[in-house]
Ligand binder design. Structure first.
Ligand SMILES: NC(=O)c1ccc[n+]([C@@H]2O[C@H](COP(=O)([O-])OP(=O)(O)OC[C@H]3O[C@@H](n4cnc5c(N)ncnc54)[C@H](O)[C@@H]3O)[C@@H](O)[C@H]2O)c1
Length: 434
């Protein structure tokens, strides 16, 4: 086994204690009390084949590698609102009140720490529970202090941070993002291309605390953060939880491509009415989401290599804020495909999903697997966690892999590698060549 044991407690810290984070926290508490099942979480429910098929060994993922037990998790986080986790979960209206009331004491005990926030980066939000300092570097130091205090107070052995904050405006990579020195200069001089999510990422990475970005804004996916992560031995992963419509897209598109079925157009539209939907109603925040959602098909279908099938594909993604639906998003896809001799056909998907119900298990898995990576002495970008992300971060020069089945293979082989098991390539060549 390459990983050290998961001894002691772990603190999972989330910047942002809104719908996703509270659904994750309340969900883990419900599972711990035996009043819920962690459906959607590979680390809790999944099994993995190891060895030859004839050996019939299919342990649970949690029996193959040493993962932190749910009972050993302590929760914490930051938000721009003072609401405790119970109040915030009630506002988010994702989980039933009855369920929340059963774990009310535990939820109420989690009070958000003061956030690092600037409305310039999330225009639709206004809050008052915010840290004040002269420079962004001082804010980063205040976050590091929060982490140290949290760790000590809760007697934690290790920490992990998963960004569950609102989507910030689109910030393209610029000069300040290139090196650790330029980033640190920028933090001292309040450079406008450093949004709050980068300040959290910097603080976590520098403390050796693994960091994942669940939103589509630029955060740990800049060269300076990657260098910092290598220097401090910190695993990182980003970005944007793969849920809902994009999850469906990365399940369906590889199947159509595998059968050489052409696609002429893919129109995706969503209506949702939670706070995330309100933030994404601002064009600058939507731009971050759009960039993240659009790249998926291009990479899976490779139109340059398959021009007859995909060259003229028209791909459009829309998100509309519609309050009556709350967190229960509705995602429609109209897919115009073409078959034998170019004959047109259509596929329609109407996914009545629950956004935070799909995202909560991803927060848990990302946190536990990043912690496993850290205990395996793996650092920098953890591409094997692409499975969970809409816009996976890769090493410079490599394109991201979006096909969910390839992502799953990479994840499983990484787990086998950590457990000192043979990697599986599904070839079975000896059968044909005997
Ligand atoms: N639910 C999904 O399926 C899904 C999928 C992919 C990505 N996401 C992303 O996850 C994030 C969270 O989604 P949500 O539905 O929980 O949104 P939400 O609006 O309910 O919660 C976000 C919380 O973050 C807080 N916040 C904003 N900026 C902050 C900062 N700088 N520091 C601390 N707190 C801050 C807000 O006050 C809010 O409480 C969003 O960025 C969303 O785009 C969600």
């Amino acid at each position: 086994m390459k990983a050290t044991p998961a001894t002691g407690k772990i603190g999972i810290l989330t910047p942002g204690l809104g719908a996703v984070a509270t659904t994750f926290i309340a969900g883990v508490m419900a599972v711990r009390r035996g009043i819920g099942t962690p459906i959607g979480s590979l680390t809790q429910m999944g099994t993995i084949r190891v060895g030859k098929r004839t050996e019939n060994r299919n342990p649970k993922v949690s029996d193959l590698v040493p993962l932190t037990k749910l009972d050993d998790i302590v929760f914490g986080g930051w938000d721009i609102f003072e609401d405790n986790v119970y109040e915030s979960a009630i506002n988010a209206a994702v989980l039933d009140k009855d369920l929340l009331n059963e774990i009310r004491d535990e939820l109420e005990a989690i009070q958000p720490m003061k956030a690092v926030f600037d409305q310039k980066y999330v225009k639709r939000l206004e809050g008052s529970h915010i840290k004040k300092a002269e420079t962004k570097m001082q804010l980063a130091e205040a976050l590091m202090q929060d982490m140290r205090q949290f760790k000590e107070k809760n007697n934690c052995d290790r920490l992990v941070m998963v960004w569950c904050g609102s989507t910030e405006i689109y910030i393209p990579e610029s000069d300040v993002h290139q090196t650790i020195e330029s980033l640190e200069d920028g933090l001292h001089n309040n450079h406008p291309d450093i949004p709050p999510s980068m300040i959290y990422a910097y603080a976590a990475i520098k403390m050796g605390v693994p960091y994942a970005n669940g939103a589509p804004n630029t955060s740990c996916d800049i060269p300076a953060m990657v260098q910092l992560a290598k220097q401090y031995g910190t695993p990182i992963a980003g970005k944007d939880f793969k849920t809902g419509q994009t999850l469906m897209k990365t399940i369906l598109a590889p199947g159509l491509k595998a059968r050489s079925i052409g696609i002429r157009g893919w129109f995706s539209t969503n209506i949702l009415g939670n706070r995330d939907g309100e933030v994404l109603d601002d064009p600058d925040s939507f731009k971050s989401k759009e960039v993240s959602k659009l790249s998926v098909l291009e990479q899976i279908l490779e139109p340059d290599k398959n021009p007859e099938l995909y060259k003229d594909l028209y791909h459009k993604v829309r998100i509309n804020y519609y309050p009556p639906h709350g967190d229960n998003k509705e995602g429609w896809d109209n897919i115009d495909i073409k078959g034998w001799l170019g004959y047109p056909m259509q596929i329609k998907i109407d996914f009545l999903c629950r956004d935070s119900i799909l995202a909560a298990p991803l927060v848990l898995d990302l946190a536990l697997l990043l912690d496993l990576a850290k205990r395996t002495k793996m650092s920098g970008i953890q591409e094997w966690l692409s499975f969970y992300l809409k816009s996976p971060q890769t090493k410079k020069g490599l394109y991201p892999m979006h096909d969910i089945f390839k992502q799953k293979e990479k994840l499983e082989n990484t787990l086998r590698y950590i457990a000192d098991e043979e990697l599986i390539n599904h070839l079975g060549l000896d059968y044909y060549t005997d």
